[in-house]
Design a protein around this ligand. Structure first.
Ligand code: DWN
Length: 396
């Protein structure tokens, strides 16, 4: 049974940026009702009104993992760990994006699966075999028939984007060797609740996983989590190391039990924690609106930094548009010169560290605060102020 616990109202598709022409022609934007619910049986948390993958992950997809040093380092460190600990002969990445992970492996030892053709072209041009397809059983059968056995599959911030998780894991089981290892990483529901980072929920994030839910879900595929790592990336993620229950090469690490206990102690097992989160989100919205609207009333200039899918979600939920936030700075070429979905805030190219750009800067990419504050230390030193909504809306 699915119990709804949060309603973030009508939302645009979070990565559907508009061109100047779209704005002039007042192009109709797709909106959907963003409601979030808990599956009381397996504890999976998902959005209730989903958008088709074909509509979300098309050949104009703007996100590039390489736009942050934090993610580049995270993928490099993981590749070294994988080579040392698992020594895979042949591995696959589901959701290879612009190659930030697979580029750390020899071309003949790895291949990618990336449905967004504009993004798949990037790794193909780098010389990496990349299937520009959605991950499903038909692709799994094609891969299995043409490739030697796959002994490691990696997938970051992708499986939580695919509605049919049964097809996902059935297809993984079809291609991975009997002693193969699956490593997935996605935002952590526990961290989302602790940080009140409700912007983790949007059309692309069909699920926000917990270890509890993943453990429950993969049981029917004779899979089990044998290790789990807490990551600071993407606002607090979990990296799950998964094997077949028949694979005795790796013991269950005690970190699995520790994480499960932390999720249970927080209350992810009981609906009251979800209702408490809802209340916290509503308080957060009220406070952020108050800060931004008051600054605007006092004629303070506010810009945004890091035009994220998360930021579009927050700003739409808080009814903040280009009257309050003048523009966003962003490094991603495919976002620059465009307008954010919903708020229609213009995205300006980030070219150099800020000087006296603005009185206040809304931190859209709060998940990269450390990296950004390092880049903008002069702005901060000169008294520049950032505004964040995580964990509580405030000026920092
Ligand atoms: O799950 C998803 C994650 C992995 O990426 C996808 N569904 C979509 C996307 O979500 P997001 O847009 O919230 O991702 P990020 O990685 O938080 O976006 C960061 C944005 O900030 C990028 O547009 C790049 C930009 N940026 C910047 O302008 N200056 C980032 C850094 C670190 C910077 O210094």
């Amino acid at each position: 049974m699915i119990k709804k616990f949060l309603d973030l109202g009508k939302q645009p598709l979070a990565n559907k940026y508009l061109t100047k022409n779209d704005i002039i022609k007042k192009k109709r934007e797709d909106f959907y009702h963003l409601e979030i619910g808990l599956n009381t049986k397996n504890k999976l948390v998902s959005i209730l009104n989903t958008i088709s993958s074909k509509k979300m992950f098309d050949n104009k997809y703007p996100y590039r993992a390489s736009m942050s040093k934090t993610m580049q380092k995270s993928f490099k460190d993981l590749s070294l760990k994988i080579k040392k600990k698992f020594k895979p002969n042949f591995l696959m990445e589901i959701g290879s994006n612009d190659g930030s992970f697979i580029k750390n492996f020899e071309k003949k030892k790895v291949f990618g699966v990336e449905p967004c053709k504009n993004v798949a072209k990037i790794t193909q041009k780098m010389g990496y075999k990349t299937f520009a397809n959605y991950w499903d059983m038909s692709l799994a059968k094609k891969i299995k028939s043409k490739n030697k056995k796959i002994d490691l599959i990696y997938s970051a911030n992708t499986l939580s984007h695919i509605k049919d998780l049964n097809s996902v894991f059935r297809s993984i089981c079809h291609v991975i060797s009997k002693d193969g290892i699956l490593i997935i990483e996605d935002p952590s529901l526990l961290e989302c609740f602790k940080k009140i980072s409700y912007d983790q929920f949007y059309n692309e994030h069909i699920y926000v996983f917990s270890l509890l839910a993943i453990k429950n879900f993969i049981k029917k595929y004779n899979l089990e989590v044998f290790n789990v790592e807490k990551l600071n990336t993407h606002g607090g993620s979990l990296r799950y190391y998964i094997k077949r229950t028949t694979n005795n090469r790796f013991k269950i690490n005690r970190k699995v039990k520790i994480q499960l206990n932390q999720e249970k102690i927080f209350g992810l097992n009981s609906f009251s924690a979800y209702l408490k989160f809802k209340k916290n989100v509503e308080k957060s919205r009220k406070k952020l609106k108050e800060i931004l609207i008051n600054l605007n009333k006092n004629n303070k200039k506010i810009i945004g930094y890091g035009s994220t899918a998360k930021a579009s979600t927050v700003l739409t939920y808080c009814s903040i548009n280009n009257k309050i936030i003048k523009y966003f700075l962003d490094t991603t070429p495919s976002k620059v010169g465009k307008y954010m979905p919903g708020s229609h805030i213009y995205v300006k190219r980030y070219t150099k560290p800020m000087t006296n750009e603005s009185d206040y800067v809304f931190l859209g990419a709060w998940n990269f605060k450390k990296e950004i504050f390092k880049k903008e230390r002069r702005f901060i030193k000169r008294g520049g102020k950032f505004i964040t909504h995580v964990p509580k809306p405030r000026i920092i």
